[in-house]
Design a protein around this ligand. Structure first.
Ligand code: DC
Length: 674
């Protein structure tokens, strides 16, 4: 997960490999609710783990369902249509459910709770309170459900009271032209009270029909056979009862697949197509039809029941004029593909975009323009003329996961324009590891991958500074000193003396080190050596092996292999001079010997390790002397390094300064201030 304020994507060139996608949001939340309404347990496999499913699970717990995680499966014990007896957690009579920005939780839970009976308060984030629910509430009120608005008429938050004397004889009317989730909510919940045939009539044109198909399909799996006449009239037969299928497998998310289908079309070669696993031709999700649109734009797509393989076909992509009503979510991906087309692309019938996580029509138009596209925003359509000249852009994401995910693809613009994604963590709504997955199949030449070097003497605070800068940028972090420290430890363990006569044996050993960095731990051949390499003695030994030229050479490739997307911050002695001479920013960090000795002293004492200031200072100066006088890669600032004496700086000041230096080199300056 990227928790940084922004994520900078350097120019990306090629895509290949395999992605395994997370579970479908639409299927996950429907299955969870259906499992909750059944009697007894249902085991759900491959459930999507994301913000939207988390709030749904939380909602089910409040209802009284038992939720047990077992590895990648979740076991839900349903309440059989009856609310949990006894007072809710918190004591008072009203059960409160906070549902974030999950429409797939808010709408169906409203219907289910209103029919189950009980006192509930349903709320969400501010945007959730701007997303309409009035048509669903109207439909439920016709039945006799007690629902009040706690804020604005027609919008959450809602107060639900026990229903009295449900009127099930007349057909229930619901509008179908604002959100298909209203109909889905009724279809999922009404079997709870199907003592007689219940008829739902859709008023107005039904949009996003494929989502209703998912609903009907899943209802069938849970024992409810809804009869449908066209897409206007749905009948839930008298006596319908939810029956758990026992186990359910959630297929991967077809909307999430759209980003990788597009990626294949942009940047995978025919001989090495991008493979997508977890969803394919036999998917029950409407967004799988995105592949037809992608093919129309030029993608070459092969498919099996639960996999897809995609590569570039026509290039540039072919412009498109398409009614997107059947693929409302995946159509956002088409809007970004349109940037790569041979003419203007028009996406029609997408008014529902306005009531999604954000007003997606306005948001999409504004952000596409930043990249250089000319965009006409209609009331329910978008016309996109590809950029004549690509511009670097900082893309706002409006707390909308799909904005972040589809705009990341713009980094493949082949014009070298950088793309910054603001608030990248919004992808957590449906695909928390989206960027990691994207990077795992994206390639670009090493010089494109940004590197920041922080070199300097021992105890200058490099590690603290560099790792914090890495965290703020969402970049990888390399503590190169650790590699020399580990080499020292491994040498002694192998019974070799740390001297020049054994230089080549030590170098061979260094070359074969099985090092893994996980979080803040370091493993050597599976053993946690984090603490062992941090001692003063280990530092001194590291300094000794690091003076051996063959050892330094042996570690070059390993250090350079840390240069991975989206970028790297590396600290050490020769990061800027030897390992990454082309780094975009080189910082040489110093502090007075007295200051450094004092910092080290504090560090050791706080860990309960005895130390004296004069001894530490003497050690430190001896190490400086060896590190800067050795024949190869001596400690010295790179010619183009910026000097930073942090003797009198708090860490935060140094971090802010380095981030400012970095920002000054980025092409987003004005965009960020705007
Ligand atoms: O940064 P540190 O204290 O963990 O480094 C331990 C020793 O490793 C240091 O005294 C010199 C050596 N080193 C080096 O020669 N080159 C590097 N890039 C990093 C560390």
């Amino acid at each position: 997960m990227f928790n940084s304020a922004f994520l900078d994507l350097p120019p990306l060139e090629e895509a290949r490999g395999t992605v395994i996608l997370p579970g479908s949001k639409s299927i996950s939340n429907r299955v969870l609710l259906l499992a909750a309404l059944c009697e007894g347990p249902t085991v759900v496999h491959d459930l999507l783990e994301s913000d939207d499913t988390r709030v749904m699970l939380q909602g089910l717990r409040v209802l009284g369902c038992e939720v047990v995680h077992r590895g990648s499966a979740v076991r839900i014990t349903g309440i059989g249509g009856r609310p949990h007896p006894g007072p809710p957690p918190g004591g008072e009579g009203v059960k409160k459910l906070f549902l974030g920005n999950a429409g797939t939780a808010m709408r169906p839970l409203t219907a289910a709770l209103a029919l189950i009976g009980g006192d509930y308060e349903l709320s969400g984030v501010a945007r959730m309170h701007e997303r309409p629910i009035g048509d669903l509430v109207d439909a439920l009120r016709q039945l006799g459900c007690g629902i009040d608005y706690l804020g604005n008429e027609g919008f959450p938050p809602l107060r639900i009271r026990p229903a009295r004397d449900l009127k099930l004889d007349a057909a229930i009317q619901v509008r179908g032209d604002v959100s298909s989730q209203f109909l889905t909510a009724l279809l999922l919940a009404l079997p709870l009270v199907a003592t007689r045939d219940i008829v739902i009539e859709v008023v107005g044109q039904l949009i996003s029909r494929p989502y209703i198909e998912i609903t009907l399909n899943l209802l069938r799996r849970f024992g409810i056979a809804v009869a449908r006449q066209d897409w206007q009239r749905f009948t839930i037969p008298a006596g319908s009862r939810y029956q758990s299928p026992g186990e359910v497998h959630v297929e991967a998310d077809a909307s999430s697949a759209s980003y990788f289908v597009a990626l294949g079309a942009l940047a995978a070669s025919a001989d090495q197509p991008l493979r997508i696993e977890g969803v394919g031709a036999s998917s029950i999700q409407g967004d799988i039809r995105f592949i037809e649109a992608a093919r129309a734009m030029g993608a070459t797509v092969d498919s099996g029941p639960n996999w897809l393989q995609v590569s570039r076909g026509a290039w540039p992509l072919r412009a498109l004029d398409l009614d997107c009503n059947h693929i409302p979510d995946a159509a956002m991906t088409l809007a970004v593909m349109a940037l790569f087309a041979d003419g203007p692309t028009t996406l029609r019938n997408i008014a529902s975009w306005r009531v999604k996580e954000t007003d997606r029509l306005a948001a999409m138009a504004a952000e596409l323009r930043k990249l250089g596209a000319v965009v006409d925003e209609g009331p329910d359509s978008l016309r996109i003329v590809p950029p004549a000249t690509w511009q670097a852009a900082a893309i706002a994401t409006y707390d909308d996961h799909r904005m972040a995910m589809c705009f990341a693809l713009a980094a493949f613009n082949f014009a070298g324009a950088h793309v910054r994604i603001l608030d990248p963590h919004c992808v957590a709504k449906t695909f928390p590891d989206y960027f990691e997955t994207l990077f795992s199949v994206s390639r670009t030449s090493a010089p494109h991958i940004p590197v920041i070097c922080v070199d300097g003497p021992t105890a200058s605070g490099k590690g603290t500074l560099a790792s914090e800068v890495a965290r703020r940028l969402g970049y990888h972090y390399l503590d190169s000193g650790a590699l020399y420290r580990i080499t020292g430890v491994a040498t002694l363990r192998a019974g070799l003396p740390l001297d020049v006569e054994h230089e080549h044996s030590i170098a061979r050993l260094a070359e074969a080190l099985a090092i893994v960095f996980t979080g803040d731990r370091v493993l050597l051949a599976g053993e946690d050596v984090t603490d062992a390499i941090r001692s003063e003695a280990a530092g001194m030994n590291a300094s000794r092996v690091s003076a051996l030229p063959a050892v330094r050479t042996a570690l070059v490739a390993l250090q350079q292999s840390f240069r991975r997307l989206p970028g790297l911050v590396a600290d050490g002695r020769d990061m800027g001079t030897v390992i990454f001479p082309d780094a975009g920013l080189k910082v040489y960090l110093t502090a007075s010997a007295a200051q450094r000795a004092e910092r080290r002293h504090k560090q050791l004492i706080s860990k309960g390790i005895p130390a004296t200031l004069p001894a530490l200072r003497a050690d430190l100066e001896a190490r400086d002397a060896r590190d800067s006088s050795r024949a190869v890669a001596p400690l010295k600032p790179a010619q183009d390094a910026l000097l930073l004496d942090n003797s009198s700086h708090a860490v935060e000041e140094s971090v802010a300064l380095v981030l400012r230096w970095w920002e000054e080199k980025q092409p987003f300056g004005q965009a960020l201030e705007a």
